[in-house]
Write a protein that binds this ligand. Structure first.
Ligand code: ADP
Length: 437
């Protein structure tokens, strides 16, 4: 039996009993009065339940349903089930939204949601950083108030922007952004923002590098080609002596290209290869080699001195360290006029490490050039570098080798007085003297 039928039978029985009771008390009049009272009671009961229902419906979702029997009990149970499933759905949706928010938060790109009027509806943390936005201040503001660059206004003003925009940001000096607008539902759009400053810098460096290498190779190649042409044309007429002179000059240029290629290959190995194999290097031998090499390059034009007061052994890659130390010593010779003094030093550092240094009484370097000195192809004195066979890569190689040995390069210099290049190695590289030297 359905609750509706039970309620109906109950109400009918209630009316019949009231009528019979009224009849017994006062005949027809009594029966009428009793029916009226019973019917009013029934209506009042339903009205009270209805009021309860309205009051419950106004409560927040999840409020417990009032208890009632019969048809009202059924109605409350059905409403309770509905409310519970709505609450569960809401919770699920809330969780889903949270997951989307979390995913958007960890995206490496800045994400900004714009409404149909290009006002900011939402942004992730990355967008706040890249675009220098503050949610408390900027949510609800038109994006065009915040990014006012004409290129951006033209891009975003387009009804359906295609592709992406590379923008030099005016809000943060030197910053380059890549912005893409992706339209979605109801005129809204998603603005994806990437900070490509580093990428652009790398691209510029790559372009500069290719241009520099091409330039460095073109000059000697042109000279060699010219000599060969002249020699070939006058092979039978030119005096032997002149031909020899041309061939010698072409040979010098070929050696220059060879040095450049060797330095480029060394740099590339230092940048791409795994850390070098290590050995315990006997420093007195290595220092003597560096001194002899510098003295040979100087050919008696300088006083070359070795001051060795440092630990006898250093842990590292012999070939790489020899090349780095050799570069510093040969620079000292090349940038010090004849009559100057060059001191190659090796001593204990105060923190337990050890320091290799080369001090010269040469040209010196202006303070503003110091930070760029280890950049590839950066030269202060281009003419002198070329004349003395420089490739412009020596200090870049030194920097890489020292980085691979966790050593630090310090440069102290006074223009016109001289320079000191110091490479300081950490304590753990200073090994005990196993050979007893
Ligand atoms: P390069 O092959 O031109 O010598 P490096 O990378 O070895 O290239 O050095 C970069 C530049 O630093 C040089 O061109 C020179 O201008 C400057 N430099 C390096 N060492 C010294 C030094 N001891 N004294 C003065 N200038 C130096």
């Amino acid at each position: 039996m359905t609750p509706a039928l039970v309620d109906l039978i109950r109400a009918a029985l209630w009316l019949v009993s009231a009528t019979a009771f009224g009849w017994m008390l006062d005949g027809t009049y009594g029966a009428l009065v009793a029916v009226l009272i019973a019917a009013s009671y029934l209506v009042a009961r339903h009205l009270w339940q209805l009021t309860q229902l309205i009051r419950w419906a106004r409560q927040p979702l999840g409020t417990e349903t009032p208890s009632a029997g019969g048809l009202w009990g059924e109605a409350y149970a059905a409403l309770h089930r509905r409310a519970r499933s709505a609450a569960e759905q809401r919770e699920e949706l809330g969780k889903l939204l949270d997951r989307f928010r979390q995913a958007a938060e960890v995206m490496p790109e800045g994400v900004v949601i714009l409404d149909g009027h290009r006002n900011i509806e939402w942004m992730n943390g990355r967008a706040e950083v890249i675009l220098n936005l503050q949610p408390s201040r900027d949510l609800g503001s038109p994006i065009t108030y915040l990014l006012r660059e004409p290129e951006f206004l033209a891009y975003i003003g387009h009804s359906n922007p295609t592709g992406s925009l590379v923008l030099r940001s005016a809000r943060s000096a030197g910053q380059t952004l890549q912005i893409q607008s992706v339209p979605f539902a109801a005129g809204r759009s998603l603005l994806l923002v990437r900070d490509i400053t580093q990428l652009q810098k790398l691209e510029t460096m790559r372009r500069d590098f290719v241009a520099n290498v091409s330039h460095e190779l073109r000059t000697p190649l042109t000279v060699v080609a010219g000599f060969l042409e002249t020699t070939a044309e006058g092979l039978t007429d030119l005096p032997q002596e002149e031909v020899r002179q041309y061939l010698d000059m072409a040979g010098d240029q070929a050696k220059r290209m060879q040095r450049l290629i060797e330095d480029l290959l060394t740099l590339s190995t230092l940048e791409t290869d795994a850390p070098p194999s290590e050995e315990s290097i006997a420093m007195p031998d290595l220092l003597a080699e560096i001194r002899d090499e510098a003295a040979a390059l100087s050919a008696g034009r300088h006083e070359v001195v070795l001051e060795n007061a440092g630990p006898p052994r250093l842990s590292g890659n012999y070939k790489e360290l020899r090349s780095a130390f050799g570069n510093l010593a040969s620079n000292a010779v090349r940038y010090t006029p004849a009559g100057g003094r060059i001191v190659i030093g090796w001593r204990n550092a105060p923190d337990g490490g050890a320091a290799f240094s080369v001090t010269d009484t040469g040209l010196g370097i202006d303070a503003r050039d110091l930070p760029r000195l280890t950049e590839r192809f950066y030269r202060v004195d281009r003419g002198r570098s070329r004349e003395t066979g420089g490739t412009g890569l020596g200090l870049a190689i030194v920097k890489h080798v020292l980085e691979r040995h966790q050593a630090k390069l310090d440069i102290a210099s006074t223009p016109g007085e001289g320079s000191t290049f110091t490479a300081t190695f950490p304590e753990r590289r200073v090994t005990p003297d196993q050979a007893g030297s």
